[in-house]
Design a protein around this ligand. Structure first.
Ligand code: ADP
Ligand code: MG
Length: 280
């Protein structure tokens, strides 16, 4: 079981869109994938039409120690894709758990238990909130890998130094295994010089850690969640579906995942060194 935080403290950069559609692409390729909604806004849960009623098993009751992941995880309409949803109860959790001993590792403990169960998925993707508070810290402490989605916009790099600083401190003090596995450029438009400039600047800073394929601006990606669907159910032939399929292939290869029978994924690439890039 490999755990991946999809994180950027900025809102609206494509974290939730990437989680649901990368997760779906990997599930369609034959992997078992669990998505977890760590954002109190519950966008991921709403997008799958799985928002729990207050008090029902959710990421909130999981972190509170009342339920296990097996209680919280539910199947979605995509074969092999599961979701651990949340509801607005999670909003107060940062304060509520602030004085708890081991407050950063509540999720790590729950995932470690789950990884030993026979139902453990191949991949867990954590949809982080747009803040670097306790929920994001829980995600980073529980993760093997980090994906940072960014928009191909002028402010793409703004905030990256702060995020990098947090990743480095988590790596040093709490989770030495944490690795950055990819920076995913979204809202890319080939026609715009700005998109190309932003990608160039990201490559100058981060080199090959930037996924070689970008997710284009595609209105179908914005429409799908309002129908409770991933892009593969809503419009499997649109550009957004193709982009996430290609990025999922690249991700599986970087993770060194073995292809599944019938899986539409390339064989694992040679082991690469996905160390944290240097900002200097
Ligand atoms: P975050 O989770 O980082 O806040 P979202 O994934 O919710 O960001 O994306 C923000 C908004 O942009 C959403 O309305 C989403 O549907 C839309 N969006 C994301 N990626 C694309 C894209 N490639 N093309 C068009 N709209 C997109
Ligand atoms: Mg989101």
């Amino acid at each position: 079981m490999q755990v991946i935080s999809v994180i950027n403290q900025k809102g609206g950069v494509g974290k939730t869109t990437s989680c649901s559609n990368l997760g779906a692409a990997l599930a369609l390729a034959g992997y078992r994938v669990l998505l977890m909604d760590l954002d109190p806004q519950a966008h991921l849960s709403i997008a799958f039409d799985r928002m729990p009623d207050p008090g029902d098993p959710s990421v909130y009751t999981l972190l509170g120690g009342h339920h296990s992941i097996a209680d919280v995880a539910q199947p979605t309409n995509v074969d092999g894709l599961y979701i651990a949803p949340t509801n607005l109860d999670l909003t107060g959790s940062e304060q509520e758990f602030a004085n708890e001993i081991g407050r950063e590792i509540l999720l790590r403990d729950a995932l470690q238990d789950y990884s030993r169960s026979k139902n453990a998925p191949d991949i867990v993707m954590l949809d982080c909130p747009p803040a670097l508070g306790l929920l994001s810290l829980n995600a980073l402490c529980a993760s093997d890998y980090v994906i940072i989605p960014v928009q191909a916009e002028f402010f793409a790099l703004q905030g990256m130094a702060q995020l990098h600083d947090v990743l480095e401190r988590v790596q040093r003090r709490l989770n030495p295994n944490l690795k950055l596995i990819g920076i995913l450029v979204g809202m890319y438009s080939k026609q715009r010089n700005l998109s190309r400039e932003v990608v160039q600047e990201l490559r100058n800073h981060f080199g090959e850690i930037v996924f070689s394929h970008h997710v284009r601006v595609n209105v179908r990606l914005a429409e799908a969640p309002s129908h409770g669907m991933t892009i593969y159910e809503y419009d499997p032939r649109c550009a957004g579906a193709e982009d996430f399929r290609i990025v999922a292939t690249e991700l599986a290869s970087r993770l060194g995942l073995q292809s599944r029978p019938g899986a539409d994924l390339v064989p694992p690439a040679k082991a690469e060194n996905h160390a944290m890039p240097n900002f200097e």
